[in-house]
Design a binder for this molecule. Structure first.
Ligand SMILES: NC(=O)c1ccc[n+]([C@@H]2O[C@H](COP(=O)([O-])OP(=O)(O)OC[C@H]3O[C@@H](n4cnc5c(N)ncnc54)[C@H](O)[C@@H]3O)[C@@H](O)[C@H]2O)c1
Length: 448
């Protein structure tokens, strides 16, 4: 099918490539001329593992333009993936979506024939059937359900694994104006997904609520695991990994996202959780669970900073290894590593930082508050305490020798327990896995 993808950012560019890889002809559109030029030249506009290879292999089916008229005329369906930033009340702003609806609608006036517009950006429930529909109908002069289909179809992906997540999704969620519109989308995805996922087709508002409920359920699990971790650090003999492993074998619970470590970050989880609570309150429903999840998450950075300051014990030099909010991405939004580095600098500690991908972005944020190190080994050599804040695979494979030093004891706080067991055996390091009763600032008390 001929499709257009409006918005070529972290999600839109991979979607354009995945659609092309599965045989669709894709026209990418963005208001950012640089992104359009890059994609038109066969170069990935954003960093995402596997994206450049996919563009290289399927370039013949990908074009890019800033011209909405050309893109809409050349396609039968459009995916709109523009930002929906948080607004001042805690919900999401649709301003970029409304601008895109206006451009798409104007272009549709110059085209005959059926067209499906699909909103992929995360929106607050009520948006698709409310202001988005109104803007599209007004700009296009068409009525949704006749020659115009309107769907809400969010992606469930994580940065770093976007291409795999789009190819092997757990489900395809479609909120549809009518069966004809949903059928078009289902036809597109039947070709894209390699794992024959279930299609969940429903009205717009159910799909909108499902999207933010999925993220909020996951954040609740993360905060739950972090609460357990905090308890284990205070309970003689306890180890959060042992507890969560056993918990996860219960088929009612399952293993995913049940790791006591650091708070959740990134562009989606924190804000989706806040938006979910805001929605509950605005409907007059109780928001306690989402609010507690958010409060616990915000507390994680205090907990971490207190642990590190306790470990420093008079020393002043700290290394923060890992600044991206998760491995395999350069994104630092709401990253615990960046927040920790900033906090320790406020506490007047000398902070050395390293990250395999996120160093430039993090330095733009942290500026002269910290010292960037181009290699993890160099960072370790400079400090009294090292914190592994992001579980990058390359940190997990650091050899024990790089932690060794003469005379002083390097203390290593391994927040994700990824370092090899040999590290703990190096004579002059003090290895601490968080979430266990050997963790710092412990207030272990025997259970009487
Ligand atoms: N990044 C993620 O992990 C992720 C995951 C799930 C959902 N989402 C949602 O997807 C949406 C997009 O997120 P993203 O991370 O790809 O954002 P992004 O900022 O990386 O990319 C958005 C792109 O849209 C372009 N744009 C803005 N206004 C436009 C317009 N009127 N017409 C054409 N292009 C326009 C921007 O120039 C930018 O290139 C958001 O609603 C986000 O919540 C993101």
């Amino acid at each position: 099918m001929n499709v257009s993808v409006i918005g070529l950012g972290k999600l839109g560019a991979p979607l354009a490539a995945v659609l092309a890889a599965k045989g669709h002809h894709v026209t990418g559109v963005d208001v950012n001329r640089d992104f359009v030029r890059l994609l038109a030249d066969g170069r990935a506009p954003v960093d995402e593992p596997g994206l450049q290879a996919l563009i290289d292999a399927h370039r013949a089916r990908i074009s890019a333009t800033t011209d909405f008229d050309a893109a809409i005329a050349a396609s039968e369906a459009s995916f709109v993936i523009v930002p929906t930033p948080s607004d001042t009340q805690g919900g999401f702003s649709n301003k970029y979506l409304l601008s895109a609806m206006n451009s798409i609608g104007q272009a549709l006036r110059k085209k005959t024939g059926y067209h499906v517009v699909t909103i992929t950006s995360t929106v607050m429930p009520g948006s698709t059937g409310g202001e988005i529909r109104r803007a599209l109908e007004a700009a296009s002069g068409r009525e949704v359900g006749k020659t115009l289909g309107l769907c809400y179809n969010p992606e469930f992906v994580a940065l770093g694994t976007v291409i795999r997540d789009m190819t092997y999704p757990d489900m395809i969620l479609i909120g549809e104006s009518d069966p004809r519109a949903g059928d078009v989308l289902e036809e597109i995805y039947r070709k894209v997904c390699a794992n024959n996922p279930p299609f969940q087709r429903m009205n717009w508002v159910n799909a909108e609520l499902t999207k933010i409920s999925v993220n909020t359920f996951v954040t609740t699990r993360i905060s739950y695991a972090n609460m357990l971790s905090d308890m284990c650090e205070r309970l003689a003999g306890a180890d959060v990994d042992v507890v969560t492993h056993a918990l996860g074998t219960d088929s009612r619970i399952g293993r995913k996202y049940l790791k006591g470590a650091l708070g959740y970050g990134g562009p989606c989880f924190p804000r989706d959780n806040v938006a979910f609570a805001h929605l509950a309150r605005s409907l007059g429903a109780r928001a306690d669970l989402a609010e507690a999840t958010d409060r616990l998450n915000r507390h994680q950075i205090d907990r971490l900073a207190a642990a590190v300051l306790g470990l420093l014990n008079g020393g002043s030099r700290v290394g923060v290894l890992g600044l991206s909010y998760k491995p395999d991405t350069a994104v630092i939004e709401e990253s615990q590593g960046v927040a920790l580095a900033a906090r320790l600098s406020e506490e007047r500690r000398e902070v050395y930082v390293h990250d395999p991908m996120a160093l430039p972005g993090a330095m733009a944020r942290l500026q002269d508050k910290v010292v960037p190190m181009s290699a993890a080994e160099e960072c370790l050599a400079m400090v009294d305490v090292a914190v592994i804040a992001t579980p990058w695979a390359q940190y997990a494979s650091l050899p024990a020798a790089v932690f060794a030093r003469n005379g002083t004891r390097l203390r290593v706080l391994d927040c994700w327990r990824i370092l090899s067991r040999d590290i703990a055996a190096v004579a002059d390091i003090h290895y601490i896995g968080s979430g266990r009763d050997d963790a710092p600032a412990k207030r272990v008390r025997a259970v009487s």
